[in-house]
Write a protein that binds this ligand. Structure first.
Ligand code: ACO
Length: 319
């Protein structure tokens, strides 16, 4: 048993911020950002919250699937930038869309979060516990970015993507990995303590990153993990029709395409327009390519995400 895509949806904040706009308050240029990252603009929240974006994307996925909200069994939201600690965003989505019968909870595996959530849903559904799941990646990373740090603030964007899955019997394989020993490569100790007993000093409240190390890690582990996933199934990269990767940076995706020996035409991208939207980037891209008619019956696709933790994952899906 496995799961199958039945509907997709996206939500983006209204405001678009160009590289030139960023260069008004940090020392950077449009040329530098495009050359090093491929990013030209991103959507940034000016009032939209993680639960609002997640709810809108969820609604659109259900409309697309033609399914009533009260039929949903499971809602999982992957996020690492929620404004609120409690309740979880998935419960807020449940309320927004009226999914009265759903079980709802969040997952944080940073930029690999959507695939970790999808794998969790697959386990529940394959185990016979639920029949369907609404999986959402939603971020307002602008909440946790240091807007005076040019090495990070230029990278990120806000948004949400949702995919509605139903039980199916087509092949679906995952590899998931975590390496908590590399927690110093990319981190954010977001919250101020309100404890009267707390004696520590609050530091690193914003996303802090060793960019070069992330670049090295991402290019190596993603290509290795995809190759491992494919060789487990007796396949090679040539057998895959599309690679939908976490949209961290165009250069990372280009480097992975080279390492796999696969032409960039099989790697759709939206990082140019949306920046790095962490756990939202994969479902946003799935929604885009699906609406463009690029996901066709019988195709084999690979999804892969990687991020803070470190966490990384790859998924092989037959459509
Ligand atoms: N504008 C202009 N100059 C800049 C900027 C900027 N926005 N940012 C850094 N620089 C400068 C640096 O200060 C440095 O100057 P110096 O030589 O005088 O010291 C110079 O540019 C080169 O800096 P590097 O950090 O070496 O630049 P690099 O080529 O490594 O590019 C980048 C930086 C884009 C962050 C790169 O390391 C990268 O792509 N890393 C991957 C990070 C990533 O994608 N993270 C996403 C989040 S994690 C995730 O999603 C999994």
């Amino acid at each position: 048993m496995s799961i199958r895509i039945k509907g997709t949806g996206s939500a983006l904040p209204l405001k678009t911020v160009t590289n030139n706009e960023l260069s008004r308050f940090v020392d950077t240029t449009d040329e530098w950002i495009i050359e090093r990252t491929g990013i030209e603009s991103r959507h940034i929240a000016t009032g939209e919250t993680v639960d609002m974006l997640a709810g809108e994307a969820a609604w659109k996925a259900l409309l697309d699937a033609g399914v009533d909200a009260d039929k949903i069994d499971l809602i999982i939201v992957a996020t690492c930038s929620a404004e609120q600690a409690l309740p979880c965003i998935a419960c807020q989505v449940q309320k927004h869309i009226g999914a009265v019968n759903a079980v709802a909870f969040d997952i944080n595996a940073a930029c690999a979060g959507f695939l970790f959530a999808m794998n969790t849903a697959d386990a529940y559904i394959s185990g016979g516990i639920y029949n369907n799941a609404l999986i959402i990646g939603a971020e307002v990373l602008s909440n946790i970015v240091n807007w005076s740090d040019r090495t990070t603030c230029i990278l990120f964007g806000d948004g949400a993507g949702a995919v509605y899955f139903e039980k199916d019997d087509r092949p679906l394989k995952f590899i998931q990995k975590s390496n908590g020993f590399k927690d110093d490569v990319l981190f954010c100790w977001q919250r101020d303590s309100v404890s009267v007993f707390y004696r520590g000093v609050q530091t690193y409240k914003y996303v802090t990153m060793d960019g070069r190390e992330v670049f090295r890690f991402a290019t190596r582990v993603v290509s290795e993990t995809i190759n491992e996933l494919l060789s487990n199934e007796g396949l090679t990269a040539d057998d895959i029709d599309l690679f939908i990767l976490h949209q961290a940076n165009l250069r990372i995706i280009e480097s992975i395409s080279k390492r796999l020996g696969v032409d960039m035409s099989k790697f759709p991208t939206n990082v140019e327009r949306l920046g790095n939207t962490s756990s939202a980037s994969i479902p946003l891209l799935v929604d885009e390519v699906r609406k463009e008619g690029r996901l066709k019956e019988g195709m084999r696709i690979v999804l892969s995400g990687f991020g803070a933790g470190l966490t990384y994952s790859a998924c092989l899906m037959e459509l």
